[in-house]
Design a protein around this ligand. Structure first.
Ligand code: PLP
Length: 430
């Protein structure tokens, strides 16, 4: 069975539109306005989407992947890449809530178990590479802080596309191996992410390749909305009161919000007024700094220094829009240091059994800080977005976890270690 109806993108997706001046462009691999260099965004015809008969029932009847919201994603045809992506659990996190002093319902959206590469980046890559195939690209690439590298490499391999992955030198081993294994050409740049990103723009232009977060960025970014659609559906078709999301380039937090607004516009949820909270590491906090100082511009961080490497983008492409959104929705931006990040990782693992990477530690630790500050309403319905898996950044906690004690295989040695069994624990008849 086709997972697509017959109304295809040709009608639903109008094209691209500049977020600054509103100038329109046809669908193509282009990420900035040629007039004012403003970022381009996909523009939909929501009347056409509504007319296509999109309903809660129609969505619920489809496979539990991100493509059940296909009318609100920017493809013209079937996805060629990442057909299984999305549908990750929304976990009720009562034990974490107690530890954080959160009294209302607290949820974790767990994209640490996304398919196939254990981060939310599979969502954006599924859209970007499917679009790359539609546009006729044979070679694709990305500028990555780690998770995007793995996702582009894996999904390109599955789609038979050639992939060039550019990363800053010095990424975690789990992330480097986790993209090289798929046969992609991996190039490490002696520099930080912003150097990598600038080089990728030049390569995309000169070689005519499809870079998912450069010239394909308008399509790529739309994939993040699927995380918001799933949250609303799993809450029983309503938006949460508050969302805490990690920020690197600042795209995800904006697209989560856009997802709720679109669902409201289509009558699929009643209201969409979530307060959006953005989380960064103090060692790379251009967006939260702009929020706290109410700055009109985001000042780039020249030398990012944090263990949260996946969030270490000093000059975030969507930083301006993200900082404005956090303020406009009544949310806030906050950042935490490396010790707090590790504590956040350990707390989520110990209370909910979820091993997240450093970015998830940022989210949990920022949530704790916001509750202490009283900025996050501890009685509201809150969703923490966990975007990556701890198995990829094990070095962050390696020195913090207890090492196993080695004993000989005798009950005496075990008892010497643990103590005598309490009387009420000894089974009857023993
Ligand atoms: C890329 C990434 C983010 C943030 O994404 P942006 O849309 O660039 O803000 C968050 N968490 C993880 C684990 C990521 O890899």
């Amino acid at each position: 069975m086709s997972i697509h109806g017959e109304t295809q993108g040709a009608g639903r997706v109008r094209g691209l539109k500049c977020r600054l001046c509103g100038r329109r462009y046809p669908k193509q691999a282009l990420n900035f306005c040629t007039e004012d260099f403003g970022p381009l965004e996909v523009e939909y015809d929501y009347v056409a989407v509504a007319r296509s008969g999109l309903s809660r029932q129609a969505i619920e009847s489809r496979p539990r992947t991100m493509w059940r919201y296909r009318e609100l994603l920017p493809l013209d045809g079937e996805p060629a890449v990442g057909v299984q992506v999305g549908g990750t659990p929304l976990v009720r996190a009562d034990r974490l809530a107690r530890a954080l002093g959160h009294r209302g319902p607290l949820y974790v959206k767990n994209d640490a178990v996304n398919h196939p590469t254990l981060s939310f980046k599979d969502r954006v890559v599924a859209v970007a590479l499917s679009k790359a195939v539609e546009l006729g690209f044979r070679t694709v690439g990305c500028a990555s802080t780690g998770n995007l590298a793995g996702s582009v490499a894996a999904n390109a391999a599955a789609a038979g596309l050639e992939a060039y992955i550019l990363i800053p030198d010095g990424l975690e081993q789990g992330k480097v191996i986790g993209c090289s294994v798929y046969g992609a050409r991996v190039v490490a740049i002696a520099g930080n992410y912003d150097h990598v990103n600038r080089l990728c723009s030049q390569i995309a232009f000169r070689y005519g390749w499809g870079f998912v977060n450069v010239n394909l960025r308008p399509f790529y970014a739309e994939g993040s909305k699927s995380m918001g659609f799933e949250i609303a559906e799993d809450l029983g078709w309503r938006a949460p009161d508050q969302v805490v999301a990690p920020m690197a380039g600042g795209s995800l937090v904006g697209k989560l919000h856009k997802a709720f607004v679109e669902l409201k516009q289509l009558g699929l949820i009643e209201s969409a007024a979530p307060r959006m909270f953005g989380a960064q590491a103090s060692g790379c906090n251009p967006i939260t700094q702009a929020v706290k100082t109410d700055a009109a511009k985001v000042r780039p961080v020249r030398q990012p220094a944090t263990i949260a490497k996946s969030l270490a983008i000093g000059d975030p492409a969507d930083g301006f829009f993200a900082s404005r959104l956090l303020r406009e929705t009544g949310g806030w931006g906050e950042d935490v240091d490396d010790d707090a990040i590790v504590e956040g990782m350990m707390l989520l693992a110990e209370t909910e059994g979820i091993f997240t990477e450093t970015a998830g530690g940022v989210t949990v630790a920022v949530a704790r800080k916001l509750i202490e500050q009283g900025r996050l309403d501890a009685d509201g319905t809150t969703v923490l977005c966990i975007t990556g898996n701890g198995l990829k950044t094990q070095e962050a906690v390696a020195d913090r976890v207890a090492r196993p004690v080695v004993i000989r295989p005798t009950i005496e040695e075990f008892e010497a270690l643990v103590g005598s069994p309490a009387a009420d624990l000894v089974p009857a008849g023993a």
